[in-house]
Design a protein around this ligand. Structure first.
Ligand SMILES: Cc1cc2nc3c(=O)[nH]c(=O)nc-3n(C[C@H](O)[C@H](O)[C@H](O)COP(=O)(O)O)c2cc1C
Length: 155
């Protein structure tokens, strides 16, 4: 059986909260036990080839000035035209680390996702402040459900 391919792109500071969420989401994917090939990439390093490779996409970002991080926006700026028309229906989910809000990051990504014609497969996960055990648990559940849904062909 060939592995299902998940691209995980993320922004945020080195050693920061978004990275902690990335680690927990990754743990959830591994815990699913499904045959998954995970490609975790800082958004600045990912490109259209990564996007075209993916069968599902996870996006992790801090909220910056009521928007997604510049790194994630840069990924979209660079990949939109190369991927346009080739990623219709790509299942995606997002998670956000925010100081006290997070909705601006979510709506900014959701709006652009409509342009790519990606398909949302989970409610956006927003963690405000520190990434505590409860937040880590929610991240793991997100990773697990995306991996299982992909493997079962639900998406
Ligand atoms: C430049 C900058 C802008 C920010 N803007 C917002 C914001 O608009 N709303 C919010 O809730 N938090 C905001 N924050 C707080 C971050 O979203 C929060 O600290 C987040 O956990 C940082 O994630 P990181 O540790 O992965 O970088 C901002 C932080 C920075 C550095």
């Amino acid at each position: 059986m060939s592995a299902h391919r998940i691209l995980l792109i993320y922004g945020g500071h080195a050693g920061g909260r978004t990275l902690q969420m990335v680690e927990a989401v990754t743990t959830g994917i591994l815990m699913s036990g499904e045959p998954i090939e995970l490609r975790p990439q800082p958004a600045l390093d990912a490109d259209a080839d990564d996007l075209l490779w993916a069968q599902a996409l996870l996006i992790g970002t801090p909220e910056h000035f009521g928007y997604m991080s510049g790194a994630v926006k840069d990924f979209m700026d660079r990949t939109f035209y190369p991927a346009e028309g080739k990623v219709d229906g790509l299942p995606y989910a997002l998670f956000v680390s925010a100081g006290n809000d997070g909705t601006g990051a979510v709506t900014s990504i959701e709006r652009i996702a409509l342009g790519y014609r990606w398909k949302p497969i989970a409610a956006p996960l927003i963690v405000k402040g520190e990434v505590d055990d409860a937040a880590r648990q929610r991240c793991m559940e997100l990773g697990q459900s995306v991996a299982s849904g992909l493997a079962l062909g639900i998406f």
